[in-house]
Design a protein around this ligand. Structure first.
Ligand code: G3H
Length: 542
């Protein structure tokens, strides 16, 4: 469907809304939050939630009000952390001392309960952050799969730890032990998936968690609160909502957070970490900004390169940390690539998240459109032009993708992460130019190389693997499959996440060791045979 003359017409009228894709019982006034195994009621101030989906009435287009969520204060946030610390009880709590097999049962029960809420959560993903229906379903299903894969990975890990090692006359059992209280904070672009890819591994390893959903993407967690309450002992999962400075800052400053899992900006990550009074006690796993480059070499298959670059730059309107955020193309192929990309953008359907085939959707809030517009204005002022038809036009929460060329050092789009539908293109004549960009960038997550000469590819792979953490050949950048390590260098990440790495991130290797003599043999045999300890155990999880 062609882009309407007036972009406002992309937005529906109230009467056009398909009932099956609208969250039930709007507006959703959430007042509950989960602390210490109970849904508490908050009677204080609320945060209004406006949808990226706007409604058209005559000439006016205004964001649909979805509801509201609690703006908790510092006292409530501290109560949530206190509940987590009580459940941890300096490592003596029920949850951290439970056998692995029992913790697995709790998580499996939660996965079943979670699956019952798929449609509700998917609808809220569309309405709260503007994710398309297929992508919202994918986010939900990928998260449930992640839970199941985490269980399998922990079984594998536990099987390896269920035996004793004997070395130099000492025998030992080495296992991974939990760290304590974990604060998990996910991003708005994957509010469910990226919150749960830290929350679930932290939980299953025996930690007690406080989680704070991102500012945009809170209500979609509401349908899961009862499942958390029912599937885990009191205090093991707690939620906080509200302004990060008011709720997350004091938690960090209290020193009561043993591990921080945060996906967001490096500025906020630094603030949070800096507030901890004993930084050496804090374990952090961070997923931060990126400025992943594509390098399209002179011999690249341009049909394939253009298709992958479009997917990489514009899936979910470019709002992925792994998105391709700058495209370097050999000057001899620049015109051809630009033509293909412009035609590709013309072929993408813009619409509301539930509409069939919609690939371009509104951004979560008007401020995100204004940010894109400011980057675009800066590039234009400094000599770049928009190559595709209607690129950069906007209305309310929608901004049409802009293919911006030629982008150069000195423009904001060259170095800053846009996290939106702007596609900067930069021609190069020498391969050292994109390499220099990657080396000088503040970020170091991934790159994509497009070409067909193995020798030339190898020449680029070798320096780039020491600058980023994934080099993709003739493929867009991406996180998945989730069993692959996901991390970055410089300001892009701290720690590694994958199904199995996440189990390691939220635990520490601990061992019980004994000199091999008759006394110790008798003690250990008695403990394991009579199952007197949850730790010293040779049980094998099937
Ligand atoms: O926002 C960053 C996500 O981790 C990217 O994941 O590559 O699967 O979209 P993805």
């Amino acid at each position: 469907m062609p882009l309407p003359e007036r972009l406002e017409e992309l937005f529906p009228r109230e009467t056009d809304l398909p009932a099956e894709h609208v969250p039930a019982d709007l507006p959703l006034e959430q007042r509950e939050y989960l602390v210490d195994g109970a849904l508490r009621r908050w009677d204080g101030p609320l945060q209004e939630v406006l949808s990226p989906v706007c409604l058209r009435e005559g000439d006016r287009v205004t964001p649909r009000r979805l509801g509201a969520y609690p703006l908790l204060d510092r006292g409530e946030a501290m109560a949530a952390l206190a509940a987590a610390r009580r459940a941890w009880d300096e490592g003596r709590g029920r949850w951290p001392t439970l056998p692995v097999a029992a913790r697995i049962e709790h998580v499996e029960r939660f996965a079943l309960r979670m699956a019952e809420h798929r449609d509700e959560v998917v609808r809220l993903l569309m309405w709260e952050i503007g994710k398309t229906l297929p992508d919202a379903r994918k986010e939900f299903d990928r998260t449930v799969d992640y839970l199941r894969d985490t269980v399998d990975a922990l079984k594998d890990l536990d099987r390896v730890s269920s035996r004793f090692l004997v070395e130099d006359g000492i025998f030992a059992q080495v296992r991974r032990a939990p760290l304590g209280a974990v604060l998990c904070m996910g991003p708005y672009n994957y509010p469910l998936n990226e919150t749960f890819t830290t929350l679930i591994p932290a939980l299953i390893m025996g930690n007690c968690v406080v989680f704070k959903p991102p500012r945009l993407g809170v209500l979609l967690h509401r349908p899961l609160l009862e499942a958390f309450r029912d599937c885990f002992p009191p205090g093991v999962v707690n939620t906080v909502y509200g302004d990060g400075r008011e709720v997350a800052g004091p938690l960090m400053a209290s020193g009561g957070v043993d591990a921080l899992a945060f996906i967001g900006s490096s500025r906020v990550a630094d603030l949070l970490k800096g507030q901890h009074p004993r930084p050496h006690r804090l374990r952090s796993v961070l997923g931060l900004e990126a400025k992943n480059a594509a390098v399209v070499l002179a011999d690249a298959d341009l049909e394939l390169a253009a298709a992958e670059c479009l997917l990489g730059a514009l899936s979910f309107n470019g709002q992925r940390c792994t998105a391709l955020k700058i495209l370097f193309v050999h000057a001899s192929r620049a015109d051809e690539l630009l033509e293909r990309l412009a035609a590709g953008i013309d072929g993408l359907r813009a619409g509301m998240p539930w509409e069939d085939g919609a690939r371009l959707t509104p951004l979560p809030e008007r401020a995100a459109v204004d940010f894109q517009a400011s980057l675009l204005a800066d590039a234009r002022e400094k000599g770049a032009a928009v190559v595709n038809a209607r690129g950069g036009e906007d209305a309310a929460t929608y901004i049409h993708p802009a293919l911006v060329h030629p982008v150069a050092d000195g423009m904001r789009l060259y170095a800053e992460e846009q996290f939106g539908p702007l596609v900067p293109v930069l021609p190069f004549t020498d391969e050292s130019e994109p390499v220099r960009f990657v080396v000088e960038s503040s970020y170091g997550q991934q790159v994509s190389l497009f070409g067909d000469d193995p020798e030339r590819m190898a020449r680029l792979v070798d320096p780039l693997v020491n600058q980023v953490c994934r080099v993709n050949l003739n493929s867009q950048c991406q996180r998945g499959p989730d069993t692959f390590p996901f991390t970055g260098r410089k300001d892009s990440a701290e720690g590694t996440l994958s199904v199995s790495d996440a189990l390691r991130v939220f635990s520490i290797r601990t061992l019980v060791a004994a000199k091999s003599n008759d006394l110790n043999k008798a003690i250990i045999t008695d403990i394991t045979r009579e199952r007197k300890s949850n730790w010293l155990s040779t049980d094998f999880i099937l």
